[in-house]
Design a protein around this ligand. Structure first.
Ligand code: 13P
Length: 249
């Protein structure tokens, strides 16, 4: 059985000192059956790395450039992340797609680069409310998954996060049945691409996941964990989520 994966995406929240205060409040904790990841802003990676050492938590980044180095003002490369012991990198988050005009092909190149550098990509996909209401959810998800994985041989490690855009930061969660329906489709898509080898790929749900709704979501067959925004920002709610995941493991 796959370990439940719980990833906190802090987005543009917490300075280094706030990160330190959060981690002092959270740690030590011991959830041996859960894989736990925190993705702070770039500026807090160093302090987070220092505090997370020996904690059982892994570190993630929220984005990266596909290149190793060069004239890319304001960007962060996979080499820089690796040197800070970053294990995961979120790619193609809907906020990057809509607010920073990231295209499927940009995301594909980042994904290939992440894999080359031993980073585990967390590829985000999800439909908008308008797309859902028009019945386009499956089409949108299929296009996003196929575009990001085009010509990518079965990766040694990969996570997909289904994040319906209408559920992000809105307090509106997909019901566990709605989420499971899409997760099952993603599971089938991955089988189509990689056959039996796709079995290790975890599919996370993201979008207003919190301690109240996590249990129902995490009990679904194809929901392997959560990508959590708001509820990962407070030590108490993040701990509660990890406790639920541990109980279900
Ligand atoms: P919320 O949990 O705040 O809805 O954010 C979800 C998300 O975008 C995680 O990447």
């Amino acid at each position: 059985m796959k370990k439940i994966l719980i990833v906190g995406n802090w987005k543009m929240n917490k300075t280094p000192s706030e990160t330190e205060a959060f981690l002092k409040a959270l740690l030590p904790i011991d959830f041996p059956s859960v894989e736990s990841v925190i993705c702070p802003p770039f500026t807090a990676l160093v302090i987070a790395q220092q505090h997370l050492r020996y904690s059982g938590f892994l570190l993630g980044a929220q984005n990266m450039n596909a290149h190793d180095s060069g004239a890319f003002t304001g960007e962060i490369s996979p080499l820089m992340l690796r040197e800070l012991n970053v294990s995961y990198v979120i790619l193609g988050h809907s906020e990057r797609r809509t607010l920073f005009a990231e295209k499927d092909e940009d995301i594909r190149l980042k994904l290939i680069s992440a894999l080359e550098h031993g980073l585990i990509p967390i590829l985000c996909v999800g439909e908008t409310l308008e797309e859902r209401e028009k019945g386009l959810t499956e089409e949108v998800i299929t296009k996003q998954v196929h575009a990001a994985l085009r010509d990518v041989p079965c990766p040694s490690s990969l996570v997909i996060a289904y994040e319906p855009v209408w559920a992000i930061g809105t307090g509106k969660t997909a019901t566990s049945a709605e989420a499971e329906e899409v997760h099952t489709k993603i599971h089938t898509l991955l089988q189509g691409l990689y056959g039996m080898q796709s079995a290790f790929i975890r599919i996370l749900y993201g979008g207003s996941m919190n301690p109240q709704n996590a249990e129902a979501l995490l009990q679904e067959k194809h929901i392997d964990g959560g990508l959590i925004g708001g509820a990962s920002l407070k030590a108490e709610s993040f701990r509660e989520l990890l406790t639920i995941a541990q109980r279900l493991s």
